[in-house]
Design a protein around this ligand. Structure first.
Ligand code: NAD
Length: 489
């Protein structure tokens, strides 16, 4: 693998972002940031020390009083400005995201729009976080208020770096909290760029600090920090457990958005044209690196063969290559994840499943890039590892079912419970099945929620997929604490 820097790409050395400034690296240890399309180093970021993290947290607290006590409408105005600026600078942000994460440039542009949508949505909510008046009878006035929590620590994964940052930041800031963000060490660039942009848009210094570093250090310190009052973690199940345990030791509440092994169920009465298209998008979007990917394809036995043939043909037309060439699938984001997906391809074969691969290379594809073509495993049963473990790549496991009860049983027979897809033209069946699935979101006759990331729709999991909800107005509950005031008149 090449370790050289690449011409035409940024090779900056970036320090931490604290108190409204992008600091110089100042002799700190640096972490290489690589372009997964060719493995070249595109930037270096600071590897934060414990003192750095303490400084970011205490600076956040210094900013908290005036931010939380300021006019909610003014917070909304600043968030709206951030959204506007993101939209104006979509090209610049999309390029950063594509170089850092690998995703096709058009998908990166969609992520920037999705990120802007979070800021718009929660900007509008900032002055509508109403409490209740509680009837205690004539002699009393009782009410509840939803107040900010304080300093929130946000730990991010690498699969949709800017969107994941915006998803937590927008409601946290709207509600009056200050935030210290720890991006994934592999993809820190867009969070740093967002922090710079937010300050240009009027966000006061200290309200948002970004601390780059490794998970076992900066991430762990943030999870256990005595002055962090809420930890919001998106990432894998094992790390989620570690974060939750560290936070629990201090009774710090957490929101955990973890992985998934989501069932995408196609009944015989489905519109198959729609379902084939949707099943492809469900697993191949972002090269399968979506927590909510439809990675178990449950097909009624009467349509199984036809569906696999059509999906295989569809996959064979997809292009795979560097994100800047705007293929259908970009590279896998990290070397480690690339090796992991390849290991699962071998595991599937060992378990007796058959892999059908497709995907046309895009011209200019680099030999050093982490490319995996879209792959379908047939002959899978739900006990196999490729049906139970999250692969996090463009690899779908196709499983047959006989009837509705068996489809629900297979779907629910999982350690995970994030989302499910459902394809049917029978309205009664759709409602019956949607309510029986043990997941946080169900998509019917279209995979993924609505427009630009579905920022309006509460999202989160059950079982090993975590707890707490992001997105939608429900997300605000995770970033506020209610206070009840009872007055004897
Ligand atoms: P990961 O758990 O390896 O890392 C996530 C973050 O945790 C990174 O910032 C990392 O530095 C940090 N971290 C690592 N060790 C830590 C520790 N000991 N203490 C504190 N922080 C630590 O996950 P990943 O590989 O970056 O992301 C992929 C996983 O994320 C997949 O399982 C995917 O399903 C999940 N994911 C979930 C959602 C969701 O919303 N449910 C969204 C995206 C990704």
């Amino acid at each position: 693998m090449s370790t050289s820097t690449a011409p035409g790409k940024p090779t900056e050395k970036l320090g931490l972002f604290i108190h409204g400034s992008q600091l110089p690296p100042d002799g700190r240890d640096l972490i290489d940031v690589r372009d997964p399309a060719d493995g070249s180093v595109i930037a270096e970021v600071a590897n934060a020390t414990r003192d750095d993290l303490d400084r970011a947290v205490s600076d956040g607290w210094d900013a908290f009083r005036s931010w939380s006590q300021g006019l909610p409408a003014e917070r909304g105005r600043i968030l709206n400005r951030i959204a506007l600026a993101l939209r104006e600078r979509t090209g610049e942000f999309a390029r950063i995201e594509t170089l850092d994460n690998g995703k096709p440039i058009s998908a990166a542009r969609a992520d920037i729009e999705g990120s802007a949508r979070y800021f718009v949505f929660f900007a509008g909510a900032a002055d509508k976080i109403n409490g209740d008046q509680i009837p205690l009878g004539l002699g009393y006035l009782a009410y509840s208020a939803h107040l900010p929590i304080g300093l929130v620590g946000q730990i991010l994964p690498w699969n949709a770096p800017l969107q994941q940052a915006a998803r937590g930041l927008a409601p946290a800031l709207a509600a009056g909290n200050c935030v210290v963000v720890k991006p994934a060490e592999d993809t820190p660039l867009s969070a740093l760029a967002l922090a710079r942009l937010a300050v240009e848009c009027g966000l006061p210094p200290g309200v948002l600090n970004v601390v780059t570093g490794f998970g076992e250090e900066a991430g762990a310190w943030l999870s256990e920090h005595p002055d962090v009052q809420k930890v919001v973690f998106t990432g894998s199940v094992p790390t989620g457990r570690i974060v939750n345990l560290a936070a629990a030791a201090r009774l710090t509440p957490t929101t955990l958005e973890l992985g998934g092994k989501s069932a995408n169920i196609v009944f015989a009465d489905a519109d198959l044209d729609l379902a084939v298209k949707g099943a492809g998008k469900a697993i191949n979007a972002n090269s399968g690196q979506n927590c909510s990917a439809g990675s178990r394809l449950l097909l009624h036995e009467s349509i199984y063969d036809e569906f696999i043939a059509r999906l295989t043909e569809q996959n064979s037309r997809l292009t795979v290559g560097p994100g800047l060439a705007d293929p259908d699938l970009g590279p896998i984001t990290t070397r480690e994840q690339f090796d992991r997906v390849r290991e699962y391809l071998a595991i599937g074969e060992q378990e007796g499943a058959t892999a059908v691969s497709g995907g046309v290379p895009v011209e200019g594809r680099s030999e050093n890039g982490y490319f995996i073509p879209p792959t379908i495993f047939t002959g899978v049963d739900n006990t196999m590892r490729i049906a139970r473990e999250e692969i996090f790549g463009p690899v779908v496991s196709a499983i047959k079912f006989r009837d509705e009860d068996e489809a629900v049983a297979i779907a629910n027979d999982s350690d995970y419970g994030l989302v499910a897809g459902l394809w049917s033209t029978n309205v009664s069946r759709v409602h019956r099945v949607a309510l029986r699935l043990e997941v946080g979101q169900v998509y019917v006759n279209e995979y993924y929620a609505g427009f630009a990331g579905g920022v309006e729709t509460p999202f989160g999991g059950t079982k090993n997929s975590g707890f707490g909800r992001e997105k939608g107005l429900e997300a605000l509950r995770g970033y506020t604490q209610s206070r009840t005031v009872v007055i004897k008149l």
